[in-house]
Structures are given as C-alpha cells and as structure tokens.
Unconditional design. Structure first.
Ligand SMILES: Cc1cc2nc3c(=O)[nH]c(=O)nc-3n(C[C@H](O)[C@H](O)[C@H](O)COP(=O)(O)OP(=O)(O)OC[C@H]3O[C@@H](n4cnc5c(N)ncnc54)[C@H](O)[C@@H]3O)c2cc1C
Length: 456
C-alpha cells in the first residue's frame, strides 16, 4: 500500500489541484447504487470544485474471459452509462487496457479514485497505476461487508475461524450509512479519448463481435447483466425464495437460491444492499443465506487476498496435498478425457446434467458444484490435472467464474477450509461425495429433467 500512501503528499500540491478533474477509475464495482468509491469521488469533486470523470477500460485480454462474460458485462455497462449520465457525470468507456486508459487520463487529474479488487491481476493493475499517477490515488473498498483486513490479518483456516472474527461486526458494517449520491454540478471535461457509445442496446452485439476474444463460448439466455436486473432478482428472491431457503437451498431439483453470484461478481449489486434487503424483510432471518453471502463469500476473498497462489494446486493445505499424493496411483473408477468431460459424456447422468448446466446455461447449482469438482478429482489421472481442469471449466463457462468464490470453491473440494475425513481410495482423507448420497437426499431425476428442459 506504500504506493498509495505516498500519493497523499499530492493532496496539498497547488499544481496538482489546478488540474482539470477528479477521475474515478471504475473497475470492480460496476454500478452507481451503493458504490462507496463513486460517492467518495463525487464528494471529492465537490470539495475540490472540479468536474468528475468516470472511466472504464475494457481489456480484451482478461484471463479466461470470453464472449459470454463480455456480453453480460456490456449489458451492465449499457445500463450504467444511462445511470451515470442521469447524474450529470461524464462517463467514458474505451476499448483499451485499463492501465493505459488511466495513465493517459491521470495526466490531467487532480485525484484518482479506484474501487477494490482482490485477484492478482486487479491488484497488479492498481499497483502499476499507483506508481505512475502524478496525483493522489485513493482506493475505496465497496464490494464486501467487512473490509478484508479488518476481518482478518491472515489467511483463515476455515469458515469457523473467520465467522468467530466477523460475526460480532457484520451487522455494524452492513448498517453503516451508505452515502447517498450527492448533487454534482453538470460538467463534462474535454478529454482526448476515444469513447464507445453504449446507449443503444442493439449495438452491444456488434461491439462484442469486434472484440478479439474467444467467441466460441457465447451469451447465455437466463441472465441479463446490470443493476436493474440484479435488483429485480433480489426482489424475487426475498419474496418467493428466502422463506424456503433454509430447507431447499441445497436441493438441486428445486432451484431455490438467489442466482445473484454473477451480479455480485461484476459488482452490479452491492453485498451490503443484499444484506440489508434480507434484514429489512426479516430482522431475525435465520435462513442461512447471510452466512453464504457474508461469511462464505468473504472467506473466499480472504483466501485470495492472503494466498498469492490461490489459483494453483499449491494453495491447498499441506494435509490435503499429502493425502492426495499418497493416493495418486490409486486406480480411478473411470478415466475421462477433457473433451469427454467438457461434452458431458460420462456414465454419470447427474454429473452430465451439472456440466450441461454450466456449459449451456453459464451457471451450476451450488450443491452440484461440490459434487461436480469432486468427481473430476476421481476421474483424472492426477489431482493436479483435476484441479486445473475444474478451475478452467469453472472460469470459462461460469458467468460468475474468475471470482474468489470459484477459486475457494474448487480448492474446498480438494480440502481447503475443510478437515480430514475417513481415508478412502483416490481421495485419501479429502471429503468424498457420491451419487448415492445425492439420490438419498434429493429427487435427482427431477434435476436431470429440469436441466434437459431448460439448458438446451
Ligand atoms: C467447485 C465450486 C465452484 C464454485 N465456483 C463459483 C464461482 O465461480 N463463482 C461464485 O460466485 N461462486 C462459486 N462457488 C460458490 C457457490 O457455489 C456459488 O456462489 C453459489 O452456488 C451461487 O449461486 P447463488 O448466487 O444462487 O447462491 P446463493 O445460495 O443464493 O448465495 C448468495 C451468495 O452467497 C455467496 N455464496 C453462496 N455460497 C457460497 C460458497 N459456498 N462460497 C462462497 N460464497 C458463496 C455467493 O456470492 C452467492 O451469490 C463455487 C463453489 C464450488 C464448490
């Protein structure tokens, strides 16, 4: 954080203060509502009596991102462009690496404000830009309930250890007033920057088509990006799903979860808004939903923030690596190639349905995600291969992929945040799941039928 702290000196520098605008580099928090970084930027612009310029740079080289992810993101940016315009704030979106865009625009900025991301690439971008910008750069955390370093100063061992630390303060952080959008003088600084026009929704497809990205994995039907859609989904969840969440959330045949994960991933909705909506509906909510939204989600962020190898097999705890290693030469019940797995060609109808849901619908039911990754471990020649394939499929096809939750979720299936269980073939002491367990608990035929009907 030194690079940021060193910039504080610029706050009082006359020459810097004479520059044209306050610049909000929007990256992770792609929304206007409940966005502390945006609010802070408006407040600073008002104090400094400068216009505010919001910039979003679209890179075509984001790891594992494909047309599916870009379509969802651009739908969100389309709505965002309208919302920002309604606030009389200038918004520029360029097909340009974010670092280059911000470097270019910061030359005329008296302050740069940025939201916070936890993955390596997001942190590298901020570090590089912070070392360059000739003015103060301030990072504001807004996609989490309890700030990551407040929650813990180290990688947590399990959900229980994080829960103990944050439970007493979750409500306090979630209920802190989110500043309301302050008024700002309409002002549009002139900038030499090629900006995209996203006002016409029908042009989005043409824009995506022109991007040099992987187009083989396309847009999905069931989700439309943007804050408006996230809010609508939240309303439906609170009204119709939350009352049954505790009993039915784990049942893949019932489809009773919020499906907010893609929206949380792209910052289209704030977890604080979701938390408050649940609490407003029922102050004594005991559905277990807030445990997922806050403790589990923030445990995943804790993992990625404090473990620089979060995207590799190396990130697993030693006991898990040791036991998987001891069982690496165990005969697998079946061996499937990557192609067979991608194309859902296994002998397991439940796994095939889950994989189909991921590939075609861009989503997978939470309970099936655990089963799905554990089966990959059982069917690949080595645990390392299984780990890397599970991550790759999750990140490539999942609309909510490339998220701390995905890295922690896959790692959990290989022992992270869990404890050793009874030893068995292939898995060693890593927790095991099988199809009989699914059948005992749920009407799996209904799940398979539902996927065949909806994911075509
Ligand atoms: C192998 C595997 C891969 C996963 N990959 C992803 C991924 O790529 N992206 C992703 O967002 N989640 C991932 N998860 C976590 C979880 O399965 C999903 O967040 C959840 O299923 C999303 O559906 P939902 O929004 O309807 O969840 P809900 O049950 O409605 O929960 C609300 C929110 O709480 C959070 N949440 C729920 N369950 C978990 C969990 N176990 N860990 C962390 N946060 C959670 C999510 O932000 C979710 O949107 C993965 C889990 C596993 C086991």
């Amino acid at each position: 954080m030194d690079a940021y702290e060193n910039r504080v000196q610029f706050l009082n520098d006359r020459e810097v203060l004479d520059k044209s605008y306050v610049l909000y580099w929007m990256q992770h928090s792609q929304r206007v509502e409940d966005n502390h970084a945006f609010e802070f930027a408006i407040t600073q612009a008002n104090i400094l009596k400068k216009p505010l310029l919001v910039c979003f740079g679209i890179t075509s080289t984001y790891p594992d991102a494909n047309a599916r992810h870009y379509a969802f993101m651009l739908e969100g940016l389309h709505g965002l462009a309208t919302s920002i315009r309604e606030k009389n704030v200038a918004f520029i979106i360029g097909l340009v690496e974010p670092i280059l865009a911000i470097k270019q625009l910061s030359d005329n900025a008296c302050m740069v404000v940025v939201d916070r991301g936890y993955l390596t690439i997001e942190r590298q971008w901020r570090t590089i830009v912070a070392e360059y910008v000739p003015c103060s750069m301030i990072q504001i955390e807004t996609d989490i309930v309890v700030p990551v370093e407040v929650a813990s100063i180290k990688q947590e061992y399990s959900a229980a250890t994080l829960r103990r630390k944050i439970s007493p303060i979750i409500d306090m952080y979630a209920q802190l007033p989110i500043p309301q959008i302050c008024e700002i003088e309409p002002s549009y600084p002139r900038v030499n920057f090629e900006t995209m026009d996203l006002s016409d929704r029908h042009r989005l497809e043409t824009i995506i088509h022109k991007l040099p990205i992987d187009h083989s994995i396309g847009k999905v039907d069931g989700f439309t990006g943007g804050t408006q859609h996230a809010n609508a989904l939240l309303d439906v969840f609170i009204e119709s799903i939350l009352p049954n969440y505790r009993t039915l959330k784990g049942d893949p045949s019932k489809n009773m979860t919020s499906k907010l994960s893609p929206y949380l991933h792209f910052g289209h909705i704030s977890p604080i808004r979701v938390y408050r909506a649940v609490k407003e509906h029922d102050p004594y909510d005991d559905s277990g939903f807030l445990e997922e939204l806050v403790v589990r989600r923030e445990l995943a962020i804790n993992f990625c923030y404090y473990n620089s190898r979060y995207d590799s097999y190396e990130a697993l705890p030693n006991w898990a690596k040791t036991t998987l290693d001891a069982h690496r030469y165990d005969t697998r019940p079946a061996y499937y190639s990557d192609k067979q797995l991608i194309e859902s060609q296994t002998e397991d109808p439940y796994w095939n349905a889950a994989q189909k849901q991921l590939v075609i619908c861009g989503f997978m039911h939470g309970y099936m995600r655990m089963y799905w990754a554990k089966k990959i471990l059982e069917w690949k020649e080595s645990p390392e291969q299984a780990y890397s394939l599970a991550l790759q499929l999750n990140n490539t096809y999942g609309l909510d992929g490339r998220d701390p939750n995905g890295y922690a979720g896959v790692a959990w299936c290989f022992g992270l945040h869990d404890r050793p269980w009874k030893e068995r073939s292939v898995f060693g002491n890593v927790r095991y799941m099988n199809d009989r367990g699914l059948e005992r608990k749920f009407k799996m035929a209904d799940y398979v039928e539902h996927i065949h009907e909806t994911c075509t």
